[in-house]
Design a protein around this ligand. Structure first.
Ligand code: ZN
Length: 183
């Protein structure tokens, strides 16, 4: 899942004015950011072993929550950032196929197998979150413009098309024959 994560973060922010939207959005994508760091470092992260398994996500959640708290001085942002990282896992279960426990089975409902359906499901969640913060006068303006929603749709559409073409959305440093991270 990609922009669906951001929709959930936005919906959470819509209920908690005293939290940081930027930190919630970032935390909701943190396991994917870790995936990206592995690719950038050129090391293999097979099926999300170091980013999407429960122990890995728990560690990322604690670190992200602590950073959010230190950066914002808001306890609620720290708590919600932690929750956002943990909520990433069940959402990815719907779309992908990956490890949720080291050495365990590959799990997931593989919604990515149906890119068009995936696009509409994620677009709906993202639009829901966007619509909720749009109704909040305190929400930052950049997040509530039509442009912001359009950028999300283009991003999701591009990734769904790319993912359908190459059997997986994300680049991987595991080598051509190696396992791909699946979202
Ligand atoms: Zn993910």
């Amino acid at each position: 899942m990609i922009i669906g994560h951001l929709g959930i973060a936005a919906a959470t922010y819509a209920r908690r004015r005293d939290s940081s939207l930027v930190w919630l959005l970032g935390a909701s994508m943190a396991p994917d950011v870790v995936d990206g760091l592995f690719v950038a470092a050129g090391s293999c992260n097979p099926y999300g072993l170091y980013s999407h398994t429960l122990p890995a996500a728990a560690l990322i959640a604690v670190v992200t929550g602590a950073l959010a708290y230190l950066a914002t001085g808001q306890r609620i942002s720290g708590v919600l950032a932690t929750v956002m990282v943990l909520a990433h896992l069940p959402l990815d279960y719907v779309t992908g196929l990956k490890l949720f426990w080291p050495g365990g089975e590959l799990l997931g409902l593989r919604l990515y197998t149906y890119p068009t359906v995936d696009f509409f499901v994620e677009a709906l969640i993202a639009a829901g979150g966007w619509w909720l913060i749009r109704a909040r006068p305190w929400a930052p303006r950049w997040a509530t413009t039509w442009l912001a929603l359009a950028v999300l749709f283009v991003l999701q559409g591009t990734l769904d098309v790319v993912g359908a073409r190459q059997n997986g959305m994300k680049p991987s440093a595991c080598g051509r024959a190696g396992p791909l991270a699946a979202g």
